[in-house]
Design a protein around this ligand. Structure first.
Ligand code: ATP
Ligand code: MG
Length: 217
């Protein structure tokens, strides 16, 4: 059998990646390993439909940082799918696009932090999503798994078994904290790959703008 065309399992790691950090990378690698995924595709968001409470960095910068961070892992890829799509990006559209690309045989696994999954499961497209893909939710510090368990009964019965939980080493790293650190001249070393750190420095990302309005958190 031709290995290249053998139906497999593909992971999709969506995120704002503003910036990408070791929390994302550890989670993607843990999911790849535990679910024997043939690869994990990182999908930086275009325009997020949920308004963020801070100005999201230009997509090209976020895309470049994601490329830099994933380059050393042969199982990781980066997709421009959401960045290049017009208008707002919805997970359901992204998953549908990968379904078209990889065909009906492939099993898609959408990887998220356990905090993000609760949000996703309240979306109106949850039935379609659970039909099209599995979800791997990684726990991270401060998240109470019982909140997910409590919401499970509200999920469509056929889809409930498609939500998997994994534990990743407790990483209290978040992009919010990294942006705050840069802004306040605190170190970000060892929170994210050096190449990304260097990119942030050379482009002057996350520094307060001259007009003084930048981000809240
Ligand atoms: P922000 O602080 O701006 O919200 P973030 O660190 O949460 O950023 P996102 O780009 O929003 O990063 O996250 C993309 C995905 O990665 C989400 O599913 C999120 O839950 C997950 N994630 C983020 N940080 C971690 C972490 N430290 N451990 C595990 N999963 C994480
Ligand atoms: Mg987040």
């Amino acid at each position: 059998m031709n290995l290249v065309t053998r139906p497999g399992r593909v992971g999709i790691m969506g995120g704002t990646f503003d910036p990408i950090h070791y929390g994302h990378l550890v989670t993607a690698e843990a999911a790849r390993w535990e679910f024997a995924l043939q690869k994990v595709i990182f999908v930086p968001s275009g325009r997020p439909p949920h308004k963020k409470d801070y100005p999201v960095t230009d997509a090209e910068y976020r895309y470049q940082m994601t490329l830099l961070a994933t380059a050393s892992n042969p199982y990781f890829e980066v997709s421009r799918s959401e960045i290049d799509r017009e208008g707002f990006s919805y997970t359901v559209d992204t998953v549908a696009e990968f379904r078209r690309e990889y065909g009906p045989e492939v099993q898609l696994y959408f990887i998220t932090g356990a905090d993000a999954i609760l949000e996703i499961l309240t979306w109106k497209d949850v039935d379609t999503l659970l039909r099209e893909c599995h979800f791997i939710a990684a726990t991270r510090p401060g998240f109470q798994l019982n909140r997910l368990e409590e919401s499970r009964p509200q999920l469509p019965v056929e889809g409930r078994h498609r939500i998997h939980l994994i534990e990743v080493p407790a990483l209290a790293i978040s992009s919010t904290d990294i942006r705050w650190r840069v802004k306040n001249n605190k170190p970000i070393k060892y929170l994210l790959p050096e190449a990304v750190e260097e990119y942030i420095r050379s482009r002057g990302l996350y520094r307060p703008r001259l007009d003084g309005v930048y981000e809240k958190g």
